[in-house]
Structure formats: structure tokens, C-alpha cells
Design a protein around this ligand. Structure first.
Ligand SMILES: Nc1ncnc2c1ncn2[C@@H]1O[C@H](COP(=O)(O)OP(=O)(O)OP(=O)(O)O)[C@@H](O)[C@H]1O
Length: 260
């Protein structure tokens, strides 16, 4: 992979009291790739991606998006900059419809003279766009865009969360354990969706403990250990047991894979 990283971090530090969650952590996401981030429990993966998507403010270090330094103070700021995150808990509102969930926090409103938040919601536009986005991503097994999210299967919910991220993420999609709660068939659909998003040119950061999934879709694997990037490996050159041995410290990665 070459070129300028879409998203880059240098020397990120984050402490929670005495716990060092990030210890001079570096990160590089290249254009068009699926980058998996793996590591043992507590290695700092979630803290790293939360720093990248504005959910955690690092104590020090720099983050660059398309070569420009950014200081996200909230996930909303990161979203506005084109970074969409699919959180482990999905951040969907179960009682709301699929269309309403797709537009949660960025509702379309009808033109009018009163203040932005008093204007009436443009439901038909939101429904039309939501339907188009889901169709584009091959997710229209969902029959009714007005169906509430609580009536969907786990895989379909994940699909809505991914569709929302893919539809609005203009630069990066971050996915935290997207298949953790899913069955075999539903996981498969989500992996296919990820490859679809990649084909559309959007790079993805995937945090996962599921090695077969990581090895199936990742172009590169960032191994996080003790709060920092230990190595970056090409999944075609290593086995799953190598990756697990590197992330647990049972084996030291070869020089070429070691991060600077
Ligand atoms: N809000 C917080 N308050 C206190 N400690 C925290 C907080 N968030 C994370 N930590 C600590 O920071 C360290 C890194 O946690 P993090 O969740 O980033 O690891 P992880 O690699 O994502 O782990 P897992 O795979 O178990 O989800 C852990 O020791 C964790 O207990």
C-alpha cells in the first residue's frame, strides 16, 4: 500500500488514572483498504479507535485526516469530517423506524421560514433516500422502511447500522466488532457488506477478535499490544496462529512487520 494515509495518528497517549490505555500509539489507514485492528483484551484497541472518531480525547499526540491535523472534540465533529463509526452497541434507537434511524441526528427538514429545528421533518425524502441506500447496498430484504428497528433480526440491524455508516461516511468507516453478536449467516452478510463498501472506495477500520473474519476481509492487520502498535502484517504472509502469537507476546514479529 502506498500514498498518503487517509487517517493517521502519531504518538497518541491516553491514561485513565494509573492505567495507560494508549502508549505512544501510531496508526495508518491507507486509501481503499480494510485495515483490521487486533489485540488482546485491554490492549487499547477501543481507546485507539475512539480517539480516531472523537469519542475519546487523547492526552497527547496528533491525528491527521487526509494529511491535515484534526482535533475532534466529539463524535459529531468526526462525523462532520466524514468519519462514520458503527459501535458495538450499534447506537440505533429500537423504537424508531429504519428510515428514522438512518437519519438520526441529521434529519432532513422541509424548507420554511422558521428556525431549522422547528421546521417539519421531510419524512418522504428520508424514506426515499433510506430505501435507495439500502437497495444500493443490497439490503432490501428489509421489506418496509417504516418498520421499527426492534422488529429486525440482529443481522438486519447490523445492516442498517452499516448502511448508515456507508451512506454518510465520506472518508472512513470504523466498525467495532461488527459480527460479535451475529450468527453465521448474518456475519457472512456483514462481511459481504464490508467488501461492498470497500469496492465503493471507502476505507474501513475493523476491530475484531474473530480471526477467520479478519483474515477473510483485511488487506492489512494492525497488531495492538500494551497500548501501542506493535506490528502491521499482511494476512497473506502469516497464519492466524502467528497473528495470535504476536498479539499475545508468545512470538515476536519479524523485523519487517515491526512498527517504527
Ligand atoms: N473509560 C475508562 N475508564 C477507565 N479505564 C478505561 C476506560 N476505557 C478503557 N480503560 C482501560 O484502558 C485499557 C484499554 O482498554 P480498551 O477498551 O481500549 O482495550 P481493548 O483492546 O479494546 O480491549 P477489549 O478487546 O477487551 O475490548 C484497559 O485497561 C481498560 O480497562
Amino acid at each position: 500500500m502506498s500514498g498518503t494515509p487517509v487517517l493517521q495518528a502519531r504518538a497518541l497517549n491516553k491514561r485513565y488514572g494509573r492505567v495507560v490505555a494508549l502508549d505512544n500509539a501510531d496508526f495508518d489507514l491507507m486509501p481503499g483498504e480494510i485495515l483490521a485492528v487486533i489485540g488482546d483484551n485491554g490492549a487499547g484497541k477501543s481507546t485507539l479507535v475512539k480517539a480516531l472518531c472523537g469519542a475519546v480525547i487523547p492526552d497527547s499526540g496528533t491525528i491527521e485526516l487526509n494529511g491535515k491535523v484534526v482535533h475532534f472534540r466529539s463524535p459529531i465533529e468526526a462525523r462532520l469530517a466524514g468519519i462514520e463509526t458503527v459501535y458495538q452497541n450499534l447506537a440505533l434507537s429500537p423504537a424508531l423506524s429504519i428510515a428514522d434511524n438512518m437519519f438520526l441526528g441529521r434529519e432532513l427538514r422541509k424548507p420554511g421560514f422558521v428556525g431549522q429545528w422547528l421546521r417539519r421533518l421531510d419524512r418522504s425524502a428520508m424514506q426515499r433516500i433510506a430505501r435507495d441506500k439500502l437497495t444500493e447496498l443490497g439490503l432490501m430484504t428489509i421489506q418496509n422502511i417504516n418498520q421499527s428497528v426492534e422488529t429486525l433480526s440482529g443481522g438486519q440491524r447490523q445492516g442498517v447500522a452499516v448502511a448508515r455508516a456507508a451512506a454518510f461516511g465520506s472518508r472512513v468507516v470504523i466498525m467495532d466488532e461488527p459480527t460479535a453478536a451475529l450468527g453465521v449467516k448474518e456475519s457472512r452478510r456483514v462481511l459481504e457488506l464490508m467488501l461492498d463498501v470497500k469496492r465503493r472506495g471507502l476505507p474501513i477500520v475493523l476491530i475484531s477478535h474473530n480471526m477467520p473474519h479478519v483474515f477473510e476481509v483485511a488487506d492489512r492487520i494492525h497488531i495492538h499490544r500494551l497500548g501501542r502498535r506493535l506490528a502491521v502484517i499482511d494476512p497473506k504472509q502469516y497464519t492466524m496462529s502467528d497473528a495470535v502469537a504476536f498479539m499475545t507476546g508468545a512470538k515476536v514479529p519479524p523485523e519487517a512487520a515491526l512498527a517504527a
